[in-house]
Ligand binder design. Sequence first.
Ligand SMILES: NC(=O)c1ccc[n+]([C@@H]2O[C@H](COP(=O)([O-])OP(=O)(O)OC[C@H]3O[C@@H](n4cnc5c(N)ncnc54)[C@H](O)[C@@H]3O)[C@@H](O)[C@H]2O)c1
Length: 357
Amino acid sequence: MNTLTKVGLIGLGRMGRFYLEEMQKSGRWDVAYICDKSPGIRELARKLSPTSKIIDNEDEIFNDETVQVVGLFALADSRKQQIERAVKCNKHIISEKPISDTIINEWEAVYISERTNLFSTVNLYLRNSWYHNLIKDFIASGEIGELAIIRVCHLTPGLAPGEGHEYEGPSFHDCGMHYVDIARWYTGSEFKTWHAQGVRMWNYKDPWFLQCHGTFENGVVFDITQGHVYGHLSKNQTHNSYIDIIGTKGIARMTHDFKTAVVELHGVNQTIRQERPFGGKNIDVLCNLFADSIESGVRSNKLPTLRDSAIASEYAWRFLENSTANELPAIGEIKTLEKIIERRRNMKNGYGLLQPQ
Ligand SMILES: NC(=O)c1ccc[n+]([C@@H]2O[C@H](COP(=O)([O-])OP(=O)(O)OC[C@H]3O[C@@H](n4cnc5c(N)ncnc54)[C@H](O)[C@@H]3O)[C@@H](O)[C@H]2O)c1
């Protein structure tokens, strides 16, 4: 009996290729279709997955009754309509984030997905990481006392404005919504108050660095710092990424270099240091949880929901909007940004490089 889960992938850019690779590795998926609107990417798809049908129009995926799951890995502007179609055509959904390009559309997508028994999830990848789960379990064990403060920082020379992802919004939305989400995941509470400070780096119209601090309904205090502004033109690029969690009695923290993550736990009884491979976007974890759900008929409650994504996205937008009321200075010149884009275009190995079309 064929137990492979039959899936159609839409969008084979940087993220789509991660899914294809993990699905091929796992041996649990039959990647029946790959759809991409770019001819160059379709050519690449034929090489990467010779057994898949490579198409430029998603209709065939939705019309094929044997396809069980659709993977929505194109950009945010196409996602809501694809979620709607998937539900109409009786297909489970693995979606990239954000689940659409406006808050209204995201909430519509949530309601559509919640009115069916079909499974859906979204790639809020930090929730599937070993390091955040280890820290969360340590907090739950009482080792740091009461959770009081969450500090998250993610600064890299990543995606610059104007390079792509326009529907995904500025850096704090496109990438920052992950950190908004993970802060909420740790507290299990909703955002209550906030104040955001941004900078319009290189005189670009939107802030590409933002720091927001505030409180949750349960009193936990947060600060989130995110920016793809961290030394784009430095000879040797680097980044600064960490989480720092403070309880009434102890602390838990993590930092990584995108290869290895290091967790340090300082509890009242235990001091633990763990160093393990970073795990990238943890797409293997997501795909396995989803395949388990399809096989068992029971949706894994470890899978992030479309609702989680809509909430994180909405608050990332709110924090950005708040920053516009707080001075929002412009520093630098557009010609520096042009140099950054030129450098990234010619880089083979850089932070968050998009798939060349
Ligand atoms: N979860 C994460 O950590 C994470 C990280 C990066 C990107 N993303 C999200 O993943 C999505 C894809 O990002 P990416 O970096 O792979 O972008 P990308 O530009 O590399 O790839 C997008 C691909 O989709 C194709 N495409 C666009 N519209 C299409 C359509 N209507 N039908 C078929 N193909 C279409 C493009 O030709 C391109 O090949 C974005 O929405 C982004 O926000 C998520």
